[in-house]
Ligand binder design. Structure first.
Ligand code: HEM
Length: 407
């Protein structure tokens, strides 16, 4: 029985916990399947301890579990490790890939999209062999997992060579805002998919449509992780009408924009929000305004929500993102942004959305050739195999000598 990996909050009654961390794990260039299997076995045991609230270093003292979950992702390079028993999954190959960063920083992140790498980064730190997503209720629950993961992997260094099969090469943290808004000040996640079956059907990879060599991924999902810096200074320099036109919703209420005149003045649905309410997500009477409407004028169609949602079920994705804040340092002011996280049964859905002209293709966030408010700091797509009873960790058939549990 294959079960969807944990840490994806798709079911009715579930809400993603407030805190998030993604650690990127890089394999040593001489690592073998046996070495990686040993490391992942040890990591899975550690992460399962954190789930139930125990840690050997604390000698049995209670460790609050804080809804902690872990989710292991396999990047394209994981399947290039010597002795891997599965080839690179077809959906992790071109064209579902990120470009490399220009040697001098920046450059187009995804062909056909309007997303560029940040000029200040020289390497895309997410394109390593594995990632692990930690979610939990408290900052401690997710940062402790990064610390324990790093220390455990470092303890596996070979005494003679100093090399370990796997090490944490980067980690990124994030949180959910209690006002359910992003750093753009607008509500985010208003029109995310309904929890339950609708969400699950978008997330879960089905055996049909998978190449024969990728059938082992059925019941799992593909995760996209894109850390996007939001140029909040540029955003604040725009007029409110410009911002509402770019998002496709009004700032305070979240009501859908239906028309934009030649002077750039925005009109929202006049019936929204229902009398006695001020924000669309605060009252069930406003439920009909959560999906962006079809009957809008040409300029409104260029907004982010309209470009990202054409009401076509086969292109929808489930977004479970977390905001981030980075402290200012000498020579660099503070930075904010979104750890964009999406789950989809097939990454074609996301790449279609990002590359197609009438969708987000060619635009940075929205508009005809809108302002460059977003920059990619790191980004990659990962295969997240299902949980299978008897397997020590999801995807163990890739490295374990026990052989694949399902053909
Ligand atoms: C990889 C880049 C991104 C993609 C593919 C993407 C995709 C989407 C999708 C699919 C929707 C929902 C449309 C719908 O179903 O109605 C949406 C809405 C929205 N997104 Fe994005 N998004 C991206 C980046 C961002 C960033 C970085 C921010 C802000 C920091 C952002 C803010 C919003 C807002 C405010 C909404 C409208 C609220 C809502 O309807 O949920 N998006 N986006």
């Amino acid at each position: 029985m294959a079960e969807l990996p944990r840490g994806i909050y798709w079911d009715k009654g579930q809400t993603p916990p407030r805190c998030h961390a993604t650690a990127i794990l890089r394999a040593d260039q001489n690592a073998t399947a046996a070495g990686i299997d040993k490391a992942l076995l040890a990591l899975a045991a550690l992460w399962n301890q954190l789930r139930v609230g125990t840690l050997p270093t604390l000698d049995g003292a209670a460790v609050p579990a804080s809804s902690f979950e872990w989710l292991l992702g396999y990047g394209r390079k994981a399947f290039e490790i010597a002795g891997s028993k599965h080839p690179v999954p077809r959906k992790l190959r071109a064209p579902n890939t990120f470009n490399s960063v220009d040697p001098q920083g920046g450059g187009l992140a995804i062909d056909g999209s309007g997303l560029k790498f940040d000029s200040g980064i020289a390497q895309n730190q997410a394109t390593e062999q594995f990632c692990v997503q930690f979610t939990g209720d408290t900052p401690l629950s997710v940062t402790r997992a990064v610390v324990e993961t790093s220390l455990l992997l470092e303890s596996m260094r070979d005494a003679a060579s100093g090399k370990a099969p796997l090490l944490v090469s980067a980690s990124f943290t994030g949180f959910n805002r209690e006002d359910r808004r992003s750093w753009l000040d607008f509500h985010d996640g208003l029109s995310n998919l309904r929890s339950g079956d609708e969400r699950r059907s978008v997330i879960e990879t089905r055996p049909q449509g998978l190449a024969k060599s990728d059938k082992w991924l059925a019941g799992g999902t593909y995760m996209a992780f894109i850390r996007l810096r939001v140029d909040v200074r540029l955003w604040r320099s725009l007029t409110n009408d410009m911002r509402e036109a770019l998002v496709g919703r009004t700032k305070i209420s979240g009501c859908p924009v239906v028309a934009i005149d030649t002077a750039g003045m925005v009109t929202a649905d006049p019936l929204c929000p229902v009398q006695g309410t001020t924000e669309v997500d605060a009252d069930p009477g406003n439920a009909r305004f959560l999906e962006p409407p079809d009957g809008v004028d040409g300029k409104s169609r260029l907004s982010h929500v309209q470009r990202a949602n054409h009401h076509m079920a086969k292109h929808r994705i489930y977004r479970q993102g977390y905001e981030f804040f980075e402290n200012p340092t000498l020579g660099r002011p503070f930075e904010v942004g979104l750890n964009f996280v999406s789950f989809q049964e097939n990454p074609d859905r996301l790449f279609f959305m990002l590359k197609t002209d009438t969708w987000l293709g060619g635009t940075n966030f929205g508009g005809a050739a809108g302002p460059e408010v977003l920059h990619v700091v790191a980004g990659a797509v990962f295969a997240c195999p299902p949980i299978i009873e008897g397997e020590a960790y999801p995807g163990a058939s890739t490295f374990s000598d026990a052989g694949p549990l399902i053909a």
